[in-house]
Design a protein around this ligand. Structure first.
Ligand code: SAH
Length: 369
């Protein structure tokens, strides 16, 4: 519930308290309250419930059970995706026995000790690490910080995703260390990459690049503007025994693609997985221009039969907007495409039917006609 939807407040709830929420007379449920945030109330139950240790344990165990169903055999995944798992404001990533926690809400922040306790009671735990150094916390009035809540995570935590093996640097890596959300599209890339010359733009630690190589790509070039990212990527390629066909380059994406366009590239499959260009509604126009430019540049590289895997993780860019942008980019590039597939965030980022905002990752796999 946004702050402008709150008609009246009874009693004297403090920021971070839990409240009961009514729509006129009708009881809606229990929520976390923060009058300083744009999201004044986050509903966490449709009943009258305490937000206590038992509740957190119940929800985390349900989250694990669900992942056991939809990601059978996997040990590494997003264990808790906020509202999608009935725990608004809480993100937990599970790297085997190492857990990384992020909180987006004051009421959760106050209960990080309980969250840690719930994890210790329900899982085999080596470490719990708080990675709360992101910008989205500022409007909630939460300080940025990170550090261990229990134990110490190793520098190279091994994970597996559909049989591919990666090492995650929890403290040094971006976000929580690994982008679990792209697991579905990475599988597709592995299937489509056979015999292709693959370019991974915005590669981070090589999630797509390694999958392309494992899928039998002839050559793989991965570019990222972060030296930490390219270092992690090269190590991950070696870890999977595919270092020989992979090259990780420190490059600014727009400049690199512009340069390739001049000398006609030499790739027949390109993956674009940029950071969110539209982080707020007011960034929409500039962000759309960025998406259009980068997609046009990538499309121009592709020969007939070439494949483009293009993603947006901008919450504010909906499917139709993304599609319209791609139509414009294809026109600029002078190419026609067919849509092979559209994919989204994996099942460990469950989308609530009643909450369209919980879907943010959108990908198209296109083939030059
Ligand atoms: N594809 C990755 C995730 C990409 S996250 C995966 O599957 O894990 C976005 C990446 O883009 C980050 O690693 C960031 O360092 C990189 N990046 C951001 N701006 C960039 C730019 N202008 N040029 C190149 N890389 C950039």
């Amino acid at each position: 519930m946004f702050s402008n939807e709150v008609v009246s407040v009874e009693g004297r709830p403090e920021p971070g308290d839990t409240v009961r929420v009514f729509d006129r007379r009708e009881f809606l449920g229990s929520g976390m309250y923060n009058p300083h945030s744009l999201i004044a109330v986050r509903l966490y139950s449709d009943r009258e419930r305490e937000f206590d240790l038992d509740f957190i344990k119940e929800r985390l165990r349900a989250a694990r059970e669900y992942r056991g169903e939809v990601l059978s055999g996997e040990e590494d995944y997003r264990l808790c995706y906020g509202e999608g798992d009935g725990l608004p404001g809480l993100v937990v990533d599970k790297y085997g026995r190492h857990f990384v926690v992020q909180s987006h809400a004051l009421a959760v922040e106050r209960r990080l000790e309980l969250v840690t306790r719930a994890l210790l009671d329900s899982f085999e735990v080596e470490s719990v690490y708080e990675k709360n150094d992101f910008r989205l916390r500022d409007p909630e009035g939460l300080p940025r910080r990170e550090g261990p809540l229990h134990g110490v995570p190793g520098r190279q935590v091994p994970i597996a995703e559909a049989g591919a093996r990666f090492q995650v640097d929890i403290a040094l890596g971006q976000k929580t260390g690994w982008y679990f959300d792209q697991r579905v599209t990475r599988r597709r890339v592995r299937e489509f990459a056979r015999g292709r010359r693959f370019l991974d733009v915005f590669s981070y630690s090589g999630g797509f690049a390694v999958n392309a190589a494992l899928g039998g790509a002839e050559t793989v070039v991965a570019v990222d503007s972060s030296v930490t990212a390219t270092g992690l990527g090269a190590a991950n390629a070696a870890h999977n025994g595919v270092a020989e066909c992979c090259e990780f380059r420190l490059e600014e994406a727009f400049r690199y693609l512009t340069g390739l366009a001049r000398d006609r590239g030499g790739f027949d499959m390109v993956c674009l997985d940029p950071p969110a260009f539209i982080k707020a509604k007011r960034e929409r126009e500039g962000g759309l221009r960025g998406y259009r430019t980068i997609n046009t540049l990538a499309m121009r590289l592709l020969p007939p039969g070439g494949i483009l895997v293009t993603s947006s993780c901008s919450h504010h860019l909906f499917w139709q907007d993304f599609l319209d942008m791609l139509v414009g980019a294809a026109r600029d590039a002078g190419r026609e495409f067919t849509i092979l597939e559209r994919t989204s965030q994996g099942p460990d980022h469950p989308v609530l039917l009643s909450m369209p905002e919980s879907e943010y990752l959108r990908c198209f796999i296109l083939r030059v006609a």
